[in-house]
Design a protein around this ligand. Structure first.
Ligand code: ATP
Ligand code: MG
Length: 266
């Protein structure tokens, strides 16, 4: 059996074909042995292709020969596969991988080049949330954020320009966590989590829109496990991208792009 593995900073993503169906699976990177055992137990004589920052650590633990592919090559291949299967238009786009950190690339057919990135990503979202609220578990983070409001903690442009017409859209955030009138004891946990998601989502969207403008395009494809089950991040990123005149696409199963690309290159 063939499998593609993307061993990232936070999660190991696995893609394989079973009974003609593409199967996808995620396991925590900090327990690499769990992924190793899964591969050993599930597959007899696997043909494996690995990618990602923890690919070599994983390869050392697996008693099989395996092919390697550069992370971004794999990601691009996987993204092209997912885009064609979800009937997205052809043509150039900026690809933004919101993983542990965020990586921004320009893709046009076979051509692809890294534009840049930001350390503000999914790791920031989880790390800052943990520091502010003590929540460590991802599912608990997602559930605890439901119903969170940002008005207590963030400051919008329209709040500063109160009573007069702002020169830029009033709905833009003037300062994330910049509303110093809030009384910390009165702020619910869900608000902290929503504002953290706002900070990460708006930073990512802003960097992405600027990168797209630099290339003279507006289409931005977002991938990465940071969007998994995270409706609030999807909403912030999509809305902020539109507000900044970009065209967002948050790709379903986009976090598996690297693993799918690795699988396809076998
Ligand atoms: P990188 O590509 O930067 O090396 P990665 O490939 O591991 O990292 P992703 O899997 O795309 O990154 O995304 C990791 C982020 O996804 C985490 O930082 C967190 O915000 C979010 N996430 C989603 N599901 C989980 C989970 N079950 N456990 C922990 N984080 C999760
Ligand atoms: Mg990754």
């Amino acid at each position: 059996m063939r499998i593609g593995i993307d061993a990232g900073g936070t999660l190991v993503k696995i893609a394989y074909i079973l009974n003609d169906k593409l199967e996808l699976l995620k396991l925590p990177s900090k327990e690499l042995l769990q992924a190793v055992n899964w591969v050993k137990e599930t597959l007899d004589t696997p043909e494996i292709c690995v990618t990602g920052g923890k690919a070599e650590q994983l390869a050392k633990l697996l008693p099989f020969e395996m092919k390697r592919i550069v992370e971004f090559e794999a990601t691009c291949k996987g993204v092209q596969y997912l885009m064609s299967h979800s009937k997205q238009e052809e043509g150039p786009f900026v690809l933004v991988n919101v993983g542990t950190g965020t990586s921004i690339h320009y893709v046009n057919g076979e051509e692809h080049v890294r534009i840049g990135g930001t350390g503000v990503g999914g790791g920031t979202m989880i790390g800052l949330s943990r520091l502010l609220t003590g929540i460590e578990n991802y599912q608990e983070f997602i559930l605890s954020e439901v119903g969170g409001q940002r008005d207590e903690l963030d400051l919008k442009v329209k709040h500063i320009y109160e009573g007069s017409e702002p020169p830029i859209p009033g709905e833009l955030t003037a300062s994330n966590f910049g509303n110093l009138n809030s009384v910390p004891a009165n702020v619910p946990i869900s608000d902290y989590l929503s504002s953290v998601i706002g900070l990460v989502g708006e930073t990512v969207a802003t960097a992405s829109v600027l990168a797209a403008a630099q290339r003279g395009i507006s289409r931005i494809v977002y991938i990465g496990s940071s969007f998994s089950g995270n409706q609030s991040l999807k909403k912030v990123v999509a809305e902020y991208t539109v507000l900044r005149e970009g065209q967002p696409i948050i790709l379903d199963n986009g976090e598996y792009s690297g693993a799918i690309g690795a699988l396809l290159s076998l």
